[in-house]
Design a protein around this ligand. Structure first.
Ligand code: MTE
Ligand code: MO
Length: 539
């Protein structure tokens, strides 16, 4: 195809060479743009550990995503959603970089201008974030400067040292021949480009390791000695775990515990300098540090927490043994003023949740948690301190990386998710789930064992029933719960002949309130409907 006599006589530095040199200019732009990002991450290390330009831009984008898109992304990518998001951002950045390279090749400083724009976008994003500190401001500008210098340097090398490939201004021609030969000039340019890309890659790995592992804080966390609870967790009753193969453990191990939050990188908080403030409509403002908190009489309780985005049958729910100080005791010291009906909790990254004051003072085990299943909170689950409130969805109560409790009124302020299409109040809906057998699974005829969990937070589960092909409800064996603040396991053997069946579950709480039957999706205040599975019974 290329060999069509008439047009084969390509002039050096023209049609044949220009596209190729444009490609190298684009590659230079990619290296420069990624280099700028890496520079930003590295500079953020010493200057602004909890806010880099990349995480600032990502945070702005996450906050701006319509709630539907967010749910979709979470369901599509599961817990990998953040990695996928970051990779997506880097691809866009690389594409913009390629464009900058091509522009710079065509016209001096045109690509550098794109890099400058990059820096301004980063700066604008940084300025809007809650973690903003003075040190964060110069980072995007210095990063953009690094990217701009790198781009200019690479494109100049491309144009000077491989003039045959420079299709740009002046039609620099001749020296290298018509596009095929490996001239010394071109080889030098490629070496420079490869070296720069290598340095950028190494820098990227250093930045990722540095920021990703947050080594110092992880060590501090591991060294942290949690005091024993003044009031220990009630023993788990015998038989609470039904022990059916394929069921999930009654107490969810930390590494398997679902994680939901808007934080692109896990906030890393130094436990030594961490403070918690109680502000707003209180007679006595309070500030305390972790050492203070750990001297308080702590309680330890099993509490099941759930996400409002948990679909019927979903797994955004987990049960852990939390160690913490009752929130009501802190509030008693602060003395809320009359009229206050909401506690707006805030995290180090500016996320907020609006919790009814009532739920924090009515005697339930709402706590400022420091421990999860016998160890300090994992970084992803809110180290050093988070709030746990039995009976409320996480988005209105379970603030991780907690830094402030602000007494206010629902009439005056709202939590992060409320203006984004979610209810102001979020009590966890009574619900149930079939875990065994998995939907669509083939089983053998005879007694088929069904098992799963049910929860009616802070009320307790009264009964669980199953029905086959919309027949009569049959009572399942309900295992004893650890407390009314945890989920309960259940099981039931049902005689099934070969065929295909639809099996549904429903829970009823200890006040005889059955869970809602109507199928509704998660927004604005939690999914409803019966979890329904299909079972194929083999002969
Ligand atoms: N700082 C902060 N805390 C947060 C959130 C958040 O986005 N940021 N998300 C909340 C939501 S929606 C839920 S469901 C729970 C999840 O807690 P987990 O990740 O420990 O399971 O955390 C809550 N606490
Ligand atoms: Mo959530």
């Amino acid at each position: 195809m290329a060999d069509d006599g008439a047009s084969s006589e390509v002039r050096p530095g023209n049609q044949g060479a220009a596209p190729r040199s444009r490609r190298w200019a684009a590659a230079s732009g990619v290296v420069a743009a990624v280099g700028a990002v890496v520079a930003g991450e590295l500079l953020a290390g010493p200057l602004s550990p909890s806010l880099s330009p990349l995480t600032a831009v990502g945070g702005v984008m996450i906050d701006a995503l319509p709630p539907g898109v967010k749910e979709w992304a979470v369901s599509l990518f599961g817990t990998a959603d953040k990695a996928v998001f970051v990779v997506g951002m880097l691809l866009v950045i690389a594409a913009v970089g390629a464009l900058a390279g091509i522009l710079e090749h065509r016209r001096k400083f045109a690509g550098v201008a794109v890099m400058a724009l990059f820096g301004l976008v980063g700066l604008a994003a940084v300025l809007t974030r809650a973690q903003l500190t003075p040190g964060a401001v110069p980072v995007p500008l210095l990063a953009a400067l690094a990217g701009g210098l790198l781009l200019r340097f690479l494109v100049r090398r491309l144009q000077e040292e491989a003039p045959a490939y420079a299709g740009g201004a002046g039609g620099a021609g001749g020296a290298g021949g018509a596009g095929g030969a490996r001239t010394p000039g071109r080889r030098t340019f490629l070496q420079v480009l490869a070296a720069t890309a290598g340095v950028t890659a190494v820098g990227g790995i250093v930045a990722a390791v540095w920021r990703g592992t947050a080594a110092g804080i992880s060590t501090a966390r591991e060294k942290l000695q949690l005091p024993p609870a003044a009031s220990g967790a009630p023993a788990i009753p015998a038989g609470a775990e039904v022990g059916l193969g394929g069921m999930q453990p009654l107490v969810t191990p930390n590494r398997d515990f679902y994680r939901i939050d808007t934080a692109l990188i896990v906030p890393v908080i130094d436990p030594v300098t961490w403070t918690l403030r109680v502000t707003g409509m209180v007679d006595q403002e309070i500030q305390l540090n972790l050492a203070d908190l750990l001297t308080k009489p702590l309680i330890e309780r099993h509490v099941t927490i759930a996400c409002v985005s948990n679909e019927v049958g979903g797994d955004l729910i987990g049960n852990a043994r939390w160690l913490g100080w009752p929130v009501r005791e802190l509030l008693a010291l602060a003395r809320p003023q009359s009229g206050a009906d909401m506690v707006l909790t805030r995290s180090s990254d500016g996320w907020t949740a609006g919790t009814p004051l009532e739920a924090l003072t009515d005697g339930r085990d709402a706590m400022l948690a420091v421990g999860m299943n016998g160890e300090p909170l994992p970084l992803e689950h809110g180290f050093p301190v988070r709030m746990i409130v039995p009976g409320l969805y996480g988005y209105v109560s379970a603030t991780k990386w907690l830094t402030e409790l602000r007494l206010t009124r629902f009439a005056d302020e709202e939590g992060y998710w409320t203006p984004r299409g979610w209810s102001e109040r979020g009590p966890i809906r009574t619900a149930s789930r079939i875990d065994v057998p998995r939907t669509g699974r083939r089983v053998s005829a005879g007694t088929v064992m069904f098992g799963g969990v049910a929860w009616a937070q802070h009320t307790g589960v009264g009964k669980v029933e199953l029905r086959v092909n919309r027949g009569p409800w049959q009572a399942a064996d309900l295992a004893p719960g650890i407390s009314r603040d945890t989920w309960y396991q259940w099981q039931l053997g049902i005689e099934l002949a070969p065929g295909q069946y639809e099996v549904q579950v429903r829970a009823t709480d200890l006040n005889s309130q059955p869970q809602a039957e109507e199928r509704r999706s998660v927004a604005p205040d939690g999914a409803t409907g019966f979890h329904t599975i299909r079972v194929d019974v083999n002969p």
